[in-house]
Design a protein around this ligand. Structure first.
Ligand code: FPP
Length: 237
């Protein structure tokens, strides 16, 4: 494999961790075993990405649509999230800053408390930032942002004429960081599934047939190399 150019890394990578259920089914295991294995993969990939020099990683852990799954699976996912949030160094190693994006109002008090704890515990870490998208949906994020913006308009703090793309960007959950440069989706599905809608206007996409629990650091490196061979024009020529 040719070398990754450290001067041309995507600043922000998004991952749709798909294929956990199929991975488990192939092994005659419950779907929850697939999610457990997927969480382990997230840890491995986060460490690898951090060592490579990627600054921001956003992982889609639970979408606003995932509540439609059987209660048993939703509970297993929430238990898994709770376990990883509690065991603070387990998820991503000691260097990583962890932040959660999404609508936290529907998450249990217990999970909300652990989110506050892990964000506080990791906030001064020196490494990359891992954003966990939990009860996240791109449309829900836009609704949340527009509501905040409208509040400021109704207070007279902003005039509708002065609203720009940058001002809307300042209300989204990832306002402090660059838009997502590269979105990785394993497991053979070729869609965005309501992930980072606003931030992905000019993202590159990388798809593969591998189920997320089988996704290896070499696959991540492959995605980065392919990204480095893309010609990003942002609408120019
Ligand atoms: C999609 O695969 C995956 C999810 C809905 C959940 C992803 C969550 C994790 C990997 C666990 C994250 C845990 C932590 C601690 C951050 P699927 O279930 O839709 O797979 P399928 O399409 O093969 O059924």
């Amino acid at each position: 494999m040719s070398h990754i150019d450290k001067d041309n890394l995507p600043r922000h990578v998004g991952i749709i961790m798909d294929g956990n259920g199929r991975w488990a089914k192939k092994r005659n295991l419950p779907r929850s075993a697939g999610h457990r294995a997927g969480a382990q993969t997230l840890k491995t990939i986060t460490e690898f990405a951090g060592n490579l020099g990627i600054r921001y990683l956003t992982a889609y852990a639970f979408s606003t649509e995932n509540w439609k799954r059987p209660k048993e699976e939703v509970n297993a996912l929430m238990d898994l999230l709770l376990k990883y949030l509690r065991d603070k160094d387990q998820l991503a190693g000691k260097d990583v800053v962890i932040k959660v994006i999404g609508d936290r109002s529907k998450l249990s008090d217990e999970i909300n408390k652990e989110i506050d704890n892990i964000e506080e515990y990791t906030k001064d870490n020196p490494g990359m930032v891992l954003f966990l998208a939990i009860n996240y949906g791109g449309r829900q994020e836009i609704v949340h942002s527009v509501r905040k913006l409208a509040e400021n308009v109704s207070k007279g703090e902003i005039s509708p004429d002065s609203i720009t793309e940058d001002s809307i960007s300042s209300y989204i959950y990832t306002s402090e960081i660059p838009d997502v440069d590269l979105i990785i989706r394993p497991s053979g599905e070729l869609r965005l599934s309501n992930f980072l809608l606003w931030q992905s206007a000019y993202s590159e996409f990388w798809f593969s047939d591998i189920n997320w629990p089988d996704f290896k650091t070499d696959d991540f490196a492959h995605a980065i190399l392919d990204y480095q061979n893309r010609n990003r024009r942002f609408g120019g020529i």
